[in-house]
Design a protein around this ligand. Structure first.
Ligand SMILES: [Zn+2]
Length: 254
């Protein structure tokens, strides 16, 4: 029995799709470490998923791999140092589509959150560059600098923010928790929070969800606005790797 492609639904032979894009993995300076939420351990290797057809993998989604490589080379590659602010420039649709692709790949690989998979499935035309911008999604960016040294000891694990790429659902809940979830796509100092609608909702419910998230114990980042092409993140809105941040990640569900 042949499988259907996760993106275009065409049946046939499937290929290995890299969750984070092969181009990015090639650029990674050290051996790529991947966090496995099931075992709560890092392993060395490239996470892949085998449910994408050759046409989507090599042609239709390649624009996103190209974009992701470009912003990696130009902006994400160098660790942001403590005391530095950031000006992040972006092309909104390409950024949202790239984050959705990683997030979709990651939740299919884990396979245990059907509502999240369904929410991504609904926007697969948009990810492929053929659908309208979906409503209810948004992106926030948190800059995380290396762990602080206290009494000669580093607190936090740099591996989380600087030696690994990470994509997972974070443990935030609130009054709108049955309507939205947040997935973290973290690469070095750049932690993107992707807000995903998993149920029908009103504009007011979306605003309430975001307001509650902004008051959570972890830093909520700065909103990336669709109408602009850059966001200024002043130093006081950056954070460093610290136990609460790490704790919220350890609690994070895949
Ligand atoms: Zn396909």
């Amino acid at each position: 029995m042949s499988k259907a492609c996760a993106y275009c639904n065409v049946e046939g032979a499937m290929t290995k799709e890299h969750i984070w894009s092969k181009a990015l993995i090639k650029r990674w300076e050290s051996k790529l470490k991947t966090y496995n939420p099931k075992t709560e351990k890092f392993y060395t290797g490239e996470p892949v998923i085998k449910d994408v057809c050759a046409n989507c993998n090599n042609v239709r989604l390649s624009q996103l791999d190209q974009y992701w490589s470009e912003i990696y080379d130009a902006q994400l590659k160098n660790q942001v140092q403590r005391g530095d602010g950031v000006v992040f420039t972006y092309s909104y649709d390409l950024l949202l589509r790239s984050l959705l692709k990683i997030s979709f790949n990651s939740c299919r690989a884990t396979g245990d959150d059907r509502r999240a998979i369904a929410a991504h499935q609904k926007v697969r035309d948009y990810i492929l560059g053929e659908g309208k911008k979906p409503k209810g999604f948004s992106i926030r960016l948190q800059i995380v600098t290396p762990a602080k040294v206290i009494n000669g000891e580093k607190i936090g694990i740099d591996e989380f923010s600087h030696g690994a790429m990470r994509c997972a659902k974070i443990a935030f809940t609130g009054t709108q928790t049955n309507k939205f979830q947040i997935r973290l796509i973290a690469i070095k100092s750049f932690w993107f929070y992707l807000i995903i609608p998993i149920n029908r909702h009103t504009k007011e419910e979306k605003s309430r969800f975001v307001e509650e998230f902004k008051k959570w114990e972890i830093q909520p980042g700065v909103a990336i606005q669709p109408a602009y092409d850059k966001v200024v993140i002043p130093v006081e809105k950056t954070t460093y790797m610290h136990p609460i941040l790490l704790g919220s990640l350890l609690l994070a569900k895949p």
